[in-house]
Every structure is written in structure tokens, then in C-alpha cells.
Design a binder for this molecule. Structure first.
Ligand code: SF4
Length: 111
């Protein structure tokens, strides 16, 4: 297995793939910046006053396509989503948290 590094020298695990994931990163709070071109009906005001991607009752971003568990507005997704690196430490941490919660039957928490 090869080791990959991104521009910022962060280790990226090449064994991690969005194709084998339940889009767990799409449960995180996604701040929408003014320059993002996200359809406005998918945006809500967060508790801290910032615009964020709205979420469904299941906790996932409202833009998730649940048939494919992928982004339903991929070409219009916010910049913060574009920067989230598949296989990065943050990605791996979220996947592990989700796996543990699923194994224990713990209700999913929102962040
Ligand atoms: S906008 Fe797309 S990539 Fe970003 S959290 Fe929502 S579904 Fe995921």
C-alpha cells in the first residue's frame, strides 16, 4: 500500500474511499460562505448566527442523496466540503466514531 500526502503534507490513507462510506462527513456542521453557490433553500441560520447547510431529521446534510449516500449538489457544494480530504485524519476519525456508534447502537450525535 502506498502512502500519499496532500499539499499540506497530511497523511492520506489510500485505503479509505467514499464509495465504502455512509457519507459520515456529511453529518458535520457545514458553514456556507457568501461566495458559495449553494441553493439557498438548503441553507439555514445556525445557532451561532452563521449560515450552515440544513440537516434532515436523520442528522445528515439535507443535500445528501440517500439512494447513493453521496452529495446531491456535488457541483454546487460549499468550499468547506471541497476541502474535506478523503482518507485524511479528520475523515478517518469521523468514520471510526460512526463505526463505534453503529456497533454500540448509540443514537447518532450531531456536531
Ligand atoms: S453539501 Fe454535499 S458534500 Fe457538503 S455536507 Fe452536504 S451532501 Fe455532503
Amino acid at each position: 500500500m502506498s502512502i500519499e500526502f496532500r499539499d499540506d503534507d497530511e497523511f492520506v490513507d489510500p485505503g479509505v474511499s467514499c464509495l465504502r462510506c455512509d457519507a459520515v462527513c456529511c453529518r458535520l456542521t457545514v458553514v456556507v460562505m457568501p461566495e458559495d453557490v449553494v441553493p439557498r433553500h438548503l441553507v439555514e441560520r445556525g445557532v451561532n448566527g452563521l449560515d450552515v447547510m440544513a440537516r434532515g431529521e436523520d442528522g445528515w446534510c439535507i443535500a445528501v442523496d440517500h439512494t447513493t449516500m453521496s452529495c446531491g449538489i456535488y457541483s454546487q457544494r460549499p468550499e468547506i466540503c471541497r476541502k474535506f480530504a478523503m482518507g485524511s485524519a479528520y475523515c478517518r476519525e469521523e468514520r471510526e466514531t460512526y463505526r463505534q456508534q453503529t456497533l454500540k447502537g448509540i443514537p447518532l450525535t450531531l456536531r
